[in-house]
Design a protein around this ligand. Sequence first.
Ligand code: UDP
Length: 330
Amino acid sequence: MRYLLSGAAGFIGSHLCDRLIEKGHEVLAIDNLITGHEENIEHLLSHPQFRFIEHDVCVPLNLQQGIDRVFHLASLASPVDYLAHPIETLESGSTGTRNMLEIAVKNKARFLLTSTSECYGDPLEHPQTESYWGNVNPVGLRSCYDESKRYAEALTMAYHRTYAVRTNIARIFNTYGPRMALNDGRVVPAFIDQALHGMPLTVFGDGSQTRSFCFVSDLADGLLRLSESDERYPVNLGNPVEMTILEFAQEIQSRFGDDVKIEYKPLPSDDPRLRQPDIAKAKRLLGWEPHVSLREGLGVTIDYFRKKVGERELLRLEPRPDQQSGVMAS
Ligand code: UDP
């Protein structure tokens, strides 16, 4: 089958590209590289079944070939990124989603939207089930992300009801793993980067807010299962093992040693106090649940970041051509 993937050079998108190519599908990958990195899909660029187009999902895309499946992942998913680009974030959720849905209609293709646990805002129900409508501040700093995804969900349902597009909506909870950007500000890369540099871990607030971390291979598996299902309403995908951010910082400390200190910083506004997915629906409908423990997933992720940091330091140390001996002007 031929897949169109927006946000293909991003963290989750690139892992999905790998899975689809491994399964023998064709992948047309698009990304405007605002937060994605070509490096994430570099290894696929010469594959005959893979094609990358640098393209902004907010601009209509005229395709010459037919498409069987559309996966719409393009979005700025890290709080640091969407706070820096609030309008682009709203646009990729609204105009971008509409452009991808139009392609699905034209091609009679199935459509998967990657939505978010942010639809629940600062939740008053815990853990969060899909039937909970959320507690989102519509004008707060995070609203550009939360409301764009809520709009994207509504648009997806409207296209399903109006044009009978076969749609799926995944509500993704915190996910981590290799290919996250080291500097994207999310807590997993932030703490690992800090620990690797012997810097204090910046815990926001008193660290009592909770998150549940899902390893990316588990998430990719859930997304692929969901994309084959007939469930039109949102399905939570995430790891239900909940911990406080302070406990997460201590987990990082336990791996790097007591030299790594904790430094408390102000809690950003509207930072959800609790977050834990109820995944009963995904278990029942998709036979899916995460299998990778935090211990195991963090090990792989730390190894990846260690390598990245090493390469970055090497680049910094490598003399530029005009500084190399023999090339320098006398
Ligand atoms: N956080 C933190 N220190 C950091 C980055 C994040 O304490 O350097 C906290 C943040 O306030 C939030 C949690 O970690 O409560 C997860 O933040 P992240 O940005 O990863 O994603 P979110 O779940 O908020 O979308």
